[in-house]
Design a protein around this ligand. Structure first.
Ligand code: MRU
Length: 343
């Protein structure tokens, strides 16, 4: 076992209670990074749903933790909370984004816990369960890091897509957790990060947190990834996941699928890292995964500048599906696992 004291703590607190009574949520506003480290306080259902939809908090595990803690906080502010009202609040939160299964998984955990409680005990029980979701996420990230670090050797060059690091979780990340664990053990690694159009999670977030952790990182346009792989300067691709279907198909940030194709074409291993809360045994395969479609402005605007002629439509899926056949290993908190996934 590594010396856990040497593991980096997350570069910032992504999600936390906003007050000691657990009646609000504090989120790092990821829309402002890397220019500013600012936090928002969430106290209402509308504010919680807005924060998830607008990617104030993003990344599948972080969304799940924020949903659990946010739901508990919002419920605590209800004048006379009932099971029926809690179910309404829960459905509104779970529907905020469709693809990351961690969101509904976390909400369902709170509902399952609530089912056994009397109305007057609901608020405390929900907060305790949300705290458990937070604590477990931190532990799952650590376990993914341990399992994945065994795949890394001194001098390896890693390519990643989007942000599946600490900023996407409550802990040290998923795809970047093995990098952090190995780095803490003195293994020399370099990371290339796809910028990740259109919201630039790779450029804005992955490079920010790796730089803070002292891991050398280079950012590239998404379209350069295949030629980088062709040059033979990448030893492994590590990505996260928003949902893994029972057959092993993986929904992750759009651009993951072409990266997996290019990695296969050039003989580079392609690792998917995720906590067990991302595995959705109830969804048979990738075709059954709902892919979030996002708005035109994400493509029509570059900052304040209009870059699309009026009237030109867009195709802007937030995620794509990588077929199981392109995945070398699934790295989870239960170790390296293989589909089919049944629980
Ligand atoms: O739209 P986002 O930023 O929420 O998308 C995030 C991703 O696709 C991540 O790769 C995924 O959630 C895994 S995060 C550990």
């Amino acid at each position: 076992m590594p010396d856990t004291q040497t593991l980096p703590s997350p570069p910032a607190t992504v999600v936390a209670w906003g007050d000691p009574d657990r009646r609000s949520l504090r989120l790092l506003d990821q829309r402002a990074l890397p220019q500013a480290e600012v936090y928002v306080t969430v106290q209402t259902l509308d504010a919680l749903v807005h924060a998830i939809r607008t990617l104030t908090v993003r990344g599948a595990p972080a969304i799940g933790v924020a949903a659990a803690m946010g739901l508990a906080a919002v419920a605590a502010r209800e004048p006379a909370l009932t099971h029926a009202r809690l179910a309404e609040l829960a459905e509104a939160v779970a529907a905020a984004r469709p693809t990351a299964v961690n969101l509904r998984w976390a909400v369902n955990r709170l509902l399952a816990r609530a089912a056994a409680e009397r109305p007057e005990q609901l608020v405390a029980a929900l907060a305790d369960e949300a705290q458990a979701v937070l604590d477990e996420d931190i532990a799952m990230c650590r376990a993914i890091g341990e399992a994945g670090a065994a795949l890394l050797r001194d001098g390896m060059r890693v390519l990643t897509h989007c942000n599946a690091g600490a900023l996407a979780t409550a802990g040290i990340g998923t795809a970047l957790a093995p990098v952090y664990v190995a780095h803490a053990r003195g293994v020399a690694l370099t990371v290339h990060a796809d910028e990740t159009r259109p919201l630039l999670q790779g450029a804005r977030l992955t490079s920010w947190e790796l730089q803070r952790a002292g891991v050398p990182v280079t950012v590239l346009p998404d379209g350069a990834a295949a030629s980088l792989l062709a040059r033979g300067v990448i030893d492994a691709v590590f990505v996260g996941a928003d949902r893994i279907a029972a057959n092993g198909d993986v929904a992750n940030k759009v651009g993951t699928y072409p990266l997996a194709l290019a990695a296969r074409a050039h003989g580079v291993p392609f690792y998917v890292c995720a906590p067990w809360s991302t595995v959705d045994a109830a969804t048979r395969d990738g075709v059954a995964i709902e892919i979030e479609q996002r708005g035109r402005d994400e493509l029509a605007l570059a900052g304040d500048r209009v870059v699309l002629p009026d009237g030109v439509p867009v195709f802007n899926p937030a995620f794509d599906v990588t077929p199981r056949a392109l995945v070398t290993h699934y790295v989870t908190d239960r170790g390296l696992v293989e589909p089919p996934f049944t629980s």
